[in-house]
Design a protein around this ligand. Structure first.
Ligand SMILES: [Ca+2]
Ligand SMILES: [Ca+2]
Ligand SMILES: [Ca+2]
Length: 274
C-alpha cells in the first residue's frame, strides 16, 4: 500500500492542475438534517371510506441526534380495515442508476404516538421516471426507543405502487430518487386517529457492478485515477468540494482515504470492469 503522506502529496499536486471531471456518479446519499427544501411528501395509498387521510412531513428537532423528519398521519379507521401510506422522497439528489448491482438502505425510526393502533410502519421508497416503488419495511411501536432499519435490495425486491413493474438498474437506466414511506392501518372499531413519528439518519448506498469506474465508461483507467486522487485530496465526503454522493468512497465510511485507494488500485490493475 502507498503510504498516506506520499499519496496525499501526490494527490495535492495533481488536484491543482486537474479539476474534477463532472461525470462522476453519485454513490451514496446521507441525510441527517432533512431540510424541507430537499424533501417532498405525497399520498401513496388511502383505502379509508372517504379517502380523506391527511399527513404532514416536516423538519423538526428530537432526532437521533439533532434534526430529523417528523411525520404525522390522520385517518378514519372503520371495522372492515383500512390502510394509509405516504411517500417522502429526497428530490434534491438523484442517484445515477446505471450499473447498479444492489442497494443498501438504512434509516432510524420511532413512533411517538399512535392511539388505538400502537404503531407506525416505515419502509424504503424509490422514484424513477415518475413511477414509485416500495419494499418491505418495519414497524415502530409507540413510545419505544429509536429503531434502526437496514436492508439490501436488488431490482426484483421492489414493488411498483399502482402497477406491477420493477425499477430499472440496467446500463441505460434513468436516475433514481430515494426516500421512505410511512403508513398506518386499523380495523375493528370506528375512530379518527392521528399517529406521529420521526425518521433520522437516512442513508442509501448504491453498490455498482464496477464502483471504481468513476466516470462510468466501462473501464478503470487514468481518467478514473484523476477523479479518485482529486477526491482523495478533499478527503471528507461532507466537504462542499466533494462531488455529490462521494463516489470515490469505495468502502462507504464517509471519507476518501487509503482503504479506498486499496480497493481502487485492484480495479485499476484489472482495467476492464467485471
Ligand atoms: Ca439528525
Ligand atoms: Ca472509467
Ligand atoms: Ca472510504
Amino acid at each position: 500500500m502507498i503510504a498516506r503522506s506520499v499519496c496525499r502529496t501526490f494527490a495535492s499536486a495533481l488536484a491543482v492542475s486537474a479539476p474534477l471531471a463532472g461525470a462522476a456518479l453519485a454513490q451514496q446519499i446521507i441525510d441527517t438534517t432533512f431540510f424541507d427544501s430537499q424533501w417532498t411528501g405525497f399520498k401513496l395509498d388511502d383505502s379509508t371510506p372517504d379517502h380523506d387521510a391527511v399527513f404532514s412531513g416536516i423538519r423538526g428537532s428530537g432526532g437521533n441526534p439533532g434534526d430529523c423528519r417528523v411525520v404525522a398521519h390522520n385517518w378514519q379507521v372503520v371495522p372492515q380495515g383500512v390502510s394509509v401510506i405516504f411517500g417522502h422522497w429526497k428530490d434534491s439528489l438523484p442517484v445515477e442508476a446505471a450499473y447498479f448491482r444492489r442497494l443498501h438502505i438504512s434509516f432510524d425510526v420511532r413512533c411517538d404516538s399512535a392511539p388505538n393502533v400502537n404503531a407506525m410502519g416505515f419502509g424504503p421508497l424509490l422514484v424513477q421516471n415518475g413511477r414509485t416503488f416500495v419494499a418491505g419495511g418495519t414497524a415502530a411501536l409507540a413510545g419505544s426507543p429509536w429503531k434502526s432499519y437496514q436492508a439490501e435490495f436488488s431490482a426484483n425486491d421492489w414493488n411498483e405502487i399502482g402497477g406491477g413493474g420493477k425499477p430499472d438498474f440496467s446500463d441505460s437506466a434513468e436516475p433514481i430518487f430515494f426516500g421512505f414511506y410511512s403508513g398506518n392501518g386499523g380495523s375493528g372499531f370506528t375512530a379518527r386517529l392521528t399517529a406521529s413519528g420521526r425518521v433520522d439518519n437516512f442513508r442509501v448506498r448504491a453498490l455498482r457492478s464496477c464502483p471504481a469506474d468513476l466516470n462510468n465508461d466501462g473501464i478503470v483507467e487514468d481518467a478514473d485515477f484523476t477523479i479518485f486522487v482529486a477526491a482523495y485530496d478533499i478527503l471528507d465526503c461532507a466537504d462542499a468540494d466533494m462531488p455529490g454522493g462521494c463516489p470515490a468512497d469505495l468502502n462507504f465510511d464517509g471519507a476518501v482515504e487509503d482503504q479506498d485507494f486499496t480497493v481502487f488500485v485492484i480495479a485499476y490493475n484489472e482495467l476492464v470492469c467485471p
